[in-house]
Design a protein around this ligand. Structure first.
Ligand SMILES: Nc1ncnc2c1ncn2[C@@H]1O[C@H](COP(=O)(O)OP(=O)(O)O)[C@@H](O)[C@H]1O
Ligand SMILES: [Mg+2]
Ligand SMILES: [Zn+2]
Length: 441
């Protein structure tokens, strides 16, 4: 398997996708010659921190440097690209946490660079250092030699001591949006001359969860599977062991319409294909969550809505129409409880898992048919709130009946209005009604 993530590691500032803020500020500091002695790059994994650190190192140490366009061919550029430049030290703090490593580093920073302008220390996962190590590092950051540049990187900014943070220029790195990832993936596939379905890339991007590296790695494993043939959405389902959006829709539809056979058919096909039922249930939970968000209009302003392929989004919208919000939450909770039970017994066999799931589905269907008292009350609650909202207390006057074509409709609206008012007034009677239902005698 070719390592596409490495092959397509951005080489210079023009190459790097997004991270506009970090990129622009770093470029300014390089062109203006105001180089800081310590940078801190933070943000989740696979979004370009290490790539950017190497770009900065090359920009500073290229024979033509400091430059925004390192030449890529001088010994310095090549050494940095290959990770074996004498003056550019990459250190993984996760495996070098101890004080002895930082002491050694402190000894070495005093010596001038051997073959270039700056000695550059790239310390990855810097939050892993012990307190003692942080203190030792801090001393160097307080009085850094002229020729030294530290580039610290971390996925866990909150674990970095304030004293370190205040000695560094801080650069937040952002997760990628779906279009950013899709765009990069299509760029890579075009460069590799591999044809693809648009939807397929969209789906990979949703699985990458904002990480460019993860997106590219998934692409890598799919290409290995398709032998560089045209990449389709179905290939991706096979490789990732996920199912098309229809499967989740059918499964939930079966539950909603009390069609046990329909729901079980999906379970059987997951089971027969040797896919993981736990994973299936997790994806169902995720689907329910998305329907609930969609029903509450919580998706419009987030990137979530664009995280679905055309088809998947259509399915979600259909389901949002059919389902009642409280029912969805009930199904979610029931399946989530089961999911947790499975996790408590990791050695459970797939046949046992399947049996538990089947019984749970029957239970859920029964409960949906016979809603519990609390569900009835919840529903009633919703209705009453709705009625009260429609008749806000500030406007106690009924709308006058206007003469004309619509008189009949308006009149019946008014009737409704009076009935509701007579029964409910303008205050919220939810609690009183609840008391009637729940009082013992
Ligand atoms: N901003 C980006 N632009 C282009 N590719 C990126 C970007 N961020 C990550 N990648 C891809 O992901 C791989 C890993 O990125 P890396 O810089 O090591 O991420 P991090 O250090 O944040 O975990 C790179 O080799 C590259 O292929
Ligand atoms: Mg990294
Ligand atoms: Zn160079």
């Amino acid at each position: 398997m070719i390592n596409l993530a490495l092959k397509y590691r951005p080489k210079n500032f023009n190459d790097i996708v997004g991270q506009i803020h970090a990129s622009q500020t770093l470029k300014n500091s390089i062109t203006s010659g105001s180089i800081s002695h310590a940078y801190l790059f933070y943000g989740s994994r696979g979004i370009g921190k290490t790539s950017m650190a190497r770009i900065v190192a090359k920009s500073l140490n290229c024979v033509n440097g400091p430059t925004l366009t390192p030449c890529e061919v001088c010994d310095n550029c090549r050494g940095i690209n290959q990770g074996n430049h004498v003056d550019v030290v990459e250190m993984d703090a996760a495996s070098n946490r101890g004080i002895e490593h930082i002491r050694e580093l402190r000894e070495n920073v005093r010596f001038s660079p051997m073959s270039s302008r700056y000695k550059i220390y790239i310390i990855d996962e810097v939050h892993m250092l012990t307190n003692e190590s942080f203190n030792a590092l801090l001393k160097t950051l307080e009085e850094p030699p002229e020729h030294v540049v530290f580039i610290l990187a971390t996925t866990e900014f909150h674990k970095i001591p304030e004293t370190i943070i205040s000695r560094c220029q801080n650069y937040p790195f952002k997760k990628f949006s779906l279009p950013d990832i899709t765009h990069r993936l299509s760029f890579i596939l075009e460069a590799e001359k591999i044809p693809f379905e648009e939807d397929a890339l969209g789906f990979i991007a949703t699985k990458a969860e904002g990480s460019m590296r993860d997106g590219i790695s998934i692409l890598d494993s799919i290409i290995a599977y398709t032998h560089r043939e045209k990449l389709t959405l179905n290939d991706i389902y096979s490789v990732l062991g996920t199912l098309p959006a229809e499967s989740y829709a059918n499964f939930l539809d079966g539950i909603k319409t009390s069609n046990l056979q329909k729901a079980l058919r999906e379970i059987n096909s997951v089971y027969d294909d040797g896919l993981d039922l736990k994973r299936f249930v997790w994806d169902v939970l995720d689907t329910i969550k998305n329907i609930v968000l969609l029903k509450n209009n919580a998706m419009q302003n987030t990137s979530s809505i664009s995280s679905f392929t055309e088809n998947a989004r259509k399915k979600l919208e259909e389901m949002a129409q059919k389902w009642d919000g409280n029912e969805l939450i009930f199904v979610f909770n029931s399946l989530f409880t089961l999911y947790n039970e499975w996790n408590m017994f990791p050695s459970m066999k797939s046949g046992e898992i399947r049996a538990m799931l089947e019984i749970k589905i029957v239970q859920i269907m029964e409960s949906l048919k016979n809603p519990s008292l609390s569900q009835v009350l919840q529903k009633l609650d919703g209705i009453i709130k709705k009625i009260n909202n429609e008749n806000p207390p500030e406007d106690p006057q009924p709308h006058p009946v206007k003469p004309g074509k619509k008189m009949e409709e308006d009149a019946s609206d008014n009737n409704d209005f009076y009935i509701k008012k007579a029964f409910l007034g303008t205050t919220d009677h939810t609690d009183e009604i609840k008391n009637i239902f729940t009082s013992k005698e």
